[in-house]
Structure formats: structure tokens, C-alpha cells
Design a protein around this ligand. Structure first.
Ligand SMILES: C[S@@+](CC[C@H](N)C(=O)[O-])C[C@H]1O[C@@H](n2cnc3c(N)ncnc32)[C@H](O)[C@@H]1O
Ligand code: SF4
Length: 420
């Protein structure tokens, strides 16, 4: 019997095969990325996040307790990337992981993601495909989708990927910090599909790219229809599937007020979905979609008072949004709240206390605290102490926080940084 093992993955497969696996491996914890499962138990064993496992059980071995080869490979890579030695990672016997992996310099986006971008956002004639959205200043190379010829664009994207990987150090990705030399699957599986729309929005958030652009032509509104055709085509040719792909709907637009909202939500209803919304409109369909165990709605509140909300979002809709958050809570939707730290605007106790009250009222269990990705300035001592206060309060309320994007590490005291 091998003890001090973390089982990675709370899958139906492990539930059905637990007795047999348990004869060889005895778990101290399960790890699962599903926020709703974290904090609960399976077979009397706690389910925690990977970061908690690494912190609480630094010497543990890992057993990847899922059966889909693409996920086993992805988890295997993630564990190796986190510094777990390969000989401490086991997985179901029937999976031949070593035959399907290759060691090379690449990144998760090149290996696992496709992003569809509306033409008007990239100021091009055609919609295009990318591997990542390059927000950190490393623009992703792209492929134009000419007319309706999605299949040719996909083949060109795969060719582009091969070319990049053949000589990554001379490619346009060469300086990107996401590049890592490690084990990647030989066969590319698209586990993440990003749809970056250009459609209407009723807000004018101070940090949003959209606020500085003109946004109302019919061509922009049409982008939803074209992206739905794209999703359907990818499904038809077998590149995406609800078994291995999750879909993120984003862009300079607000899905809840889009004319194409319902057809878009119907097109993705079988998939795990990550759906940012400003929550000015409550939608039953959005609530239902978030009930897939791996789906979530993300609402960026960025404030805790009516005044700051109006300042950040450009619209006086604090009460309306709070009311809709309550409706999502009552509809059992999976909600994550977000706080973009905006120095001089929302880094004060009044907003943080108001935000904490909202979190408690709708019993939200997961929060993301991030930087404005256009704001380059260092945080002041005051901003950092307000973030510290927020983290302490969230910890007291037993709410998980992902603040890894703040990149403040030890400054925030590692014990406060509970990353999901
Ligand atoms: C671009 S919006 C689109 C979806 C929706 N309208 C919304 O606001 O959630 C998606 C999310 O991206 C995040 N975002 C946009 N601009 C950002 C920025 N400059 N810095 C950090 N996050 C940003 C916000 O959290 C926003 O809610
Ligand atoms: S609600 Fe979303 S799309 Fe609209 S301005 Fe704000 S961040 Fe941008």
C-alpha cells in the first residue's frame, strides 16, 4: 500500500473504481479544480485545491484519478511544472502516457487553446484565430478566417503551430514568459476555446478596452452569429467536445444584453463554460449554464459602494447588479466575484467592507483579486495593506481567493494567499 498520496481528480471513474485503486494507493486528499467540490469530502477524504495540496503535503505522491487521456496528460504536465518528480506521479494502468508525450519548449496556449477573435477587435477585415490573446504584450500570431472557410483556417493554424514549435527561439513567441520546456502531448487536444466577441455593452468600465473604442456598428453585433458557426464547425470536425473542452465567452461586449444571447447560450449549453457578465440582466439560461460542475459565472464588482461602482463602471447600477447577484444565488448558480484593484479608486476600507458584505450575503465561495492589466504602477503601502485586510477577512469567512495575478507573493504573507 502506497500512503501519503494525493488523488488528482474527483471523477465518476474514481468513484466507481475507488475500492480497487484504494488497495494500492491510500489518499490523504483529493485535488480537484472544480470550485464547488473544494472544501467538501469524498470517501471521508478532504477535497482541496492543488495549491493547498502542495502547501499541506509537500512530500506527497500523486495519483491522477481520471480516465480521459487528454486530461491525464494535462494534469501530468501541470504537476511536473509544479516541480513534482515524474516518478512520484502515477495514473491509470491502461493509459500510455510516456508514448504520447514529447519534451519541448512550448506553452499551454499553443498546446491546448484556440481563441476566436471578432474582426473589428483586431481591426482586420476577417475574424481571426489565435493561440492566446497576448495581453501581456506578446502578440499572438494569427490566422484570418476568409469567408466561411473555417476548415482551411484551422489547418493553417495547425501549420502555424508546427512552424512555431520547429524553431520557437526565432518565432514571434520567442520572448514570451509563458514558454516552458517540459512534457507536452504529441497530439494537440483543444481543452480551451476562447470566443472574443465584439458586441454591445451598456457599461463603460474605466479599465475596459471597449470604453476607448467606437462600438456600435451592425458588423460588430453580427460577430456572435459568426462565432456560433465557428463553434458548430469545430464540433462537427471533432476538434472540440464537451468531454474535453471548456469555453470562455469574453470580449468587449456584454452577453446578457446581446441580441444573440440565447442562440449563443444554446450553442454552448453542453460545455463547461466560463462566462463573465456585468450582471445588469439576470438570465435563467446563464444561471442554468453555470450549473455544469466545471462552469462558472464571473462578475467583476470592483467596488462595494454605489458611488465607487458608478465611478468604475460608468453607470449607476450598483443596486440592480446586487439584486441580480442575489437572484443568481437563489437560482443556485455557480458565481465567482472579481475585484480589480484600482489604486485611488477602490483601495479603501469602505469599498472593501461593502464588497465583503455582498460576498457574505450571496454566500459566494470564490473570489479573484487582480490588477488592471493596463495599469503599470507599483502598489503603494496603503493599497497593499487594504489588500491584506481583504484577504484576512475573506479567510475568516472561509472564502477561497485567487490573488496569484497580483504577483505580490510573499509581500502578502504566503499563508494568506489561498489560491484555488
Ligand atoms: C472584457 S469583460 C467582458 C464581459 C463582461 N462584459 C464583463 O464585464 O464581465 C470580461 C472581464 O475582463 C476583465 N477585464 C477587462 N478589462 C480588464 C483590465 N484592464 N484589467 C483586468 N481585468 C479586466 C473584467 O473583469 C471583465 O469583467
Ligand atoms: S461591462 Fe464588460 S465589456 Fe462592458 S465596459 Fe465593462 S468590462 Fe467592458
Amino acid at each position: 500500500m502506497i500512503t501519503n498520496v494525493i488523488f488528482y481528480g474527483v471523477s465518476t471513474w474514481v468513484k466507481n473504481n475507488y475500492e480497487e485503486i484504494n488497495q494500492k494507493y491510500s489518499p490523504v486528499a483529493f485535488v480537484d479544480g472544480n470550485l464547488q467540490k473544494q472544501g467538501t469530502k469524498l470517501f471521508e477524504t478532504p477535497i482541496i485545491s492543488l495549491e493547498q495540496a502542495l502547501e499541506k503535503h509537500p512530500d506527497a505522491s500523486y495519483y491522477i484519478s481520471v480516465q480521459t487521456p487528454a486530461f491525464v496528460e494535462q494534469i501530468f504536465n501541470m504537476l511536473v511544472e509544479k516541480g513534482i518528480p515524474q516518478d512520484k506521479i502515477a495514473y491509470p494502468d491502461e493509459i500510455q502516457i510516456s508514448n504520447s508525450l514529447k519534451k519541448c519548449k512550448s506553452c499551454r496556449s499553443i498546446e491546448h487553446s484556440i481563441i476566436w477573435m471578432a474582426n473589428t477587435l483586431v481591426e482586420q477585415e476577417h475574424d481571426c484565430l489565435q493561440f492566446c490573446c497576448g495581453v501581456e504584450g506578446y502578440p499572438s500570431p494569427d490566422i484570418a478566417i476568409k469567408g466561411d472557410d473555417i476548415q482551411t483556417a484551422i489547418l493553417q493554424l495547425e501549420k502555424l503551430r508546427e512552424n512555431i514549435l520547429q524553431d520557437i527561439d526565432s518565432s514571434s513567441c520567442k520572448s514570451c514568459p509563458s514558454l516552458t520546456e517540459m512534457y507536452y502531448p504529441k497530439k494537440r487536444t483543444v481543452t480551451s476555446l476562447g470566443i472574443v466577441q465584439d458586441d454591445i455593452c451598456n457599461f463603460q468600465c474605466c479599465y475596459c478596452e471597449r470604453t476607448s473604442t467606437n462600438t456600435t456598428s451592425d458588423q460588430k453585433v453580427d460577430s456572435a452569429k459568426r462565432s456560433i458557426r465557428f463553434i458548430e464547425k469545430l464540433e462537427e470536425i471533432g476538434i472540440i467536445s464537451p468531454d474535453h473542452t471548456s469555453i470562455l465567452i469574453s470580449g468587449a461586449s456584454e452577453i446578457s444584453i446581446s441580441k444573440s444571447r440565447d442562440i449563443m447560450l444554446d450553442a454552448i449549453k453542453h460545455y463547461p463554460v466560463i462566462l463573465p457578465t456585468n450582471a445588469t440582466v439576470f438570465s435563467d439560461k446563464i444561471a442554468d449554464l453555470s450549473k455544469n460542475p466545471n462552469s462558472r459565472i464571473i462578475v467583476s464588482m470592483d467596488s462595494g459602494t454605489k458611488q465607487t461602482f458608478a465611478k468604475v463602471k460608468g453607470v449607476d447600477a450598483f443596486e440592480k447588479v446586487c439584486g441580480n447577484l442575489k437572484s443568481y444565488f437563489h437560482a443556485n448558480a455557480s458565481l465567482v466575484l472579481k475585484y480589480i484593484v484600482l489604486p485611488g479608486v477602490n483601495d479603501n476600507m469602505k469599498d472593501v467592507d461593502g464588497f465583503l458584505d455582498i460576498c457574505s450575503e450571496i454566500e459566494v465561495r470564490h473570489i479573484e483579486i487582480v490588477r488592471n492589466f493596463w495599469g503599470k504602477e507599483e502598489f503603494s503601502e496603503n493599497t497593499i495593506s487594504v489588500i491584506r485586510y481583504m484577504l484576512t477577512q475573506l479567510k475568516e469567512r472561509n472564502i477561497n481567493v485567487d490573488c496569484s495575478e497580483l504577483k505580490l507573493g510573499a509581500i502578502l504573507e504566503p499563508e494568506l494567499e489561498v489560491v484555488t
